[in-house]
Ligand binder design. Structure first.
Ligand code: 9MR
Length: 472
């Protein structure tokens, strides 16, 4: 499946679609070698959701703050269909080789909350700054070999990455130094344990092998093509022993790639096979440097951020092509009270649409970054995230875009052999209070007012292009 359709289809799409974002219209459709995460009917999925949750990092139980009612509230308020769900290695494997199935049962219960509402879940084995023993989160203490080297607290949390104790812990993990245990073997085996537990869980789409990998004293291409790729290969093999079908998401080195610099991650073979049989997906994060430093989307920072977006997209597409992988933006986000922040979020969503990438906003933790505040009341971000989006596309997607000024959701695809079911689009009440009217080649099928999902049927023939506007 190629995101870029034949020339004729492109011309039709270009005429119909208004694509916003850092890449201008036209170039939005030139991504090559595009692959899609598909559902059991073969439909391409446009996954949209949040990260749940940063709070899991610091709680002893390793679980996010949510109750089931919060998942319901999210589903009602955002119409999201995807969650990047944080789990912690320290809770999975509290003692070497001993797994806490009680923890995984608690995770499974939360996965059910999402699954019952139609969400797909990606489990993210999260770390920042290695683990709690070196003032980060993720790794258990027994797997943290910092050899007594210190880590000083830092105002900017990322600076803890370059403290001696953190670098040493990573070096021992990656095998840059000889640790007392094979920590990578433990990590891969922990993943196999988690995957065995969730292999048959229909709500679990896949596994994000490591959050924001950091190389310690080996950085850049030497890290990504070296120890990082080796760990991924080991973990992919371990997961595939117990789970043949789930997607395996890989992230690049975070420092640099988050800012739009190239990744050197090499092709990672899936034991399932190559090409369409492989289920390796690419899940990079997007944090332009001025925003990492706490800036908004305004003035000089805005220009820098725009340059970052252009480069980030180009690099992500290049890496995804090399990996033969679909793209999911596993994290993007900022303090949305900063000037221009909401425009930035809308721009990233439009860029993701242009790339045919899913998105998981960081994060659902109540506060100024989130669509709800400490009292769980909507923030100004909520209406920006809650906007129309295709959910499932019954064929090879050509392009899709939301144009807010004209209240038009455009979707274009080519029906493909072996794909069943309707194209489904999400039409939130704030823009489509009475549902949608369809113009173009497709026709409107069922409207589920509860989930605010409109079904579209393709008709027969070549490229189907539809425009959906609010019903009067
Ligand atoms: O937003 C999170 C912040 O509150 C924490 O102090 C920090 C360290 O754990 O992590 C932040 O979340 C980051 C995520 O874990 C990884 N990608 C970047 C996120 C924003 O900085």
């Amino acid at each position: 499946i190629r995101w870029t359709a034949a020339g004729a289809a492109l011309a039709v799409a270009a005429a119909l679609l208004v694509v916003v974002g850092p890449a201008e219209a036209g170039s939005a459709h030139t991504a090559t070698g595009h692959r899609w995460i598909t559902d059991d009917q073969g439909r391409a999925l446009v996954l949209t959701g949040l990260n749940t949750a940063s709070s899991a990092k610091s709680r002893p139980d390793g679980l996010p703050w949510i109750k089931e009612a919060d998942v319901q509230r999210e589903s009602d308020a955002l119409g999201s269909d995807f969650v990047r769900f944080l789990i912690q290695w320290r809770n999975v494997e509290p003692k070497p080789g001993q797994y806490d199935d009680g923890y995984l049962a608690q995770v499974a219960e939360r996965v059910r909350w999402y699954g019952a509402r139609g969400y797909r879940v990606m489990l993210d084995l999260h770390q920042d700054v290695y683990g709690p023993k070196v003032k980060g989160n993720g790794a258990p203490e027994w797997a943290t070999e910092n050899e007594g080297l210190p880590v000083a607290e830092q105002g900017q949390w990322e600076l803890k990455y370059i403290e001696p104790g953190t670098v040493r812990a990573f070096d021992n993990f990656w095998g840059t130094r000889t640790a007392s245990r094979d920590l990578r073997a433990h990590y891969a085996a922990a993943w196999a344990h988690v995957a065995a537990r969730f292999a048959d869980d229909p709500a679990v789409l896949g596994y994000d092998l490591m959050n924001e990998p950091f190389g310690g004293s080996v950085q850049g291409p030497a890290f990504e093509a070296g120890p990082l790729a080796a760990l991924y290969r080991q973990a992919i093999a371990a997961v595939r022993e117990v789970d043949h079908d789930s997607w395996i998401f890989v992230e690049p080195e975070a420092v640099s790639t988050n800012w739009g610099l190239p990744s050197a991650l090499p092709y990672l073979k899936d034991p399932r096979g190559d090409g369409q049989d492989a289920r390796i997906a690419y899940a990079p994060h997007l944090y332009p440097l001025p925003m990492d430093l706490g800036g908004g989307y305004t003035g000089d920072a805005e220009k820098w951020v725009d340059r970052t977006l252009t480069s980030w997209r180009e690099q992500a597409e290049k890496t995804a092509e090399r990996l033969g992988a679909p793209v999911l933006i596993g994290e993007y986000g900022l303090d949305t009270t900063l000037p221009g922040a909401l425009r930035y979020v809308a721009k990233v969503r439009a860029m993701a649409d242009g790339m045919g990438a899913g998105t998981a906003y960081w994060s659902n933790d109540p506060g100024s970054w989130a669509p709800w505040d400490q009292n769980l009341k909507p923030t100004a971000l909520l209406p920006v995230l809650d906007r129309p989006e295709p959910r499932a596309i019954a064929g090879d997607p050509v392009a899709y875009a939301w144009d807010e000024p004209s209240r038009t959701l455009s979707v274009s695809w080519r029906p493909a052999e072996g794909v069943r079911g309707d194209t489904e689009v999400y039409l939130p009440a704030r823009f489509y209070p009475r549902g949608g009217v369809v113009a173009g080649d497709g026709s409107a099928g069922a409207w589920d007012a509860n989930s605010r999902t409109l079904h579209l049927t393709s008709g027969s023939g070549g490229t189907v292009s539809v425009r959906i506007t609010p019903r009067a």
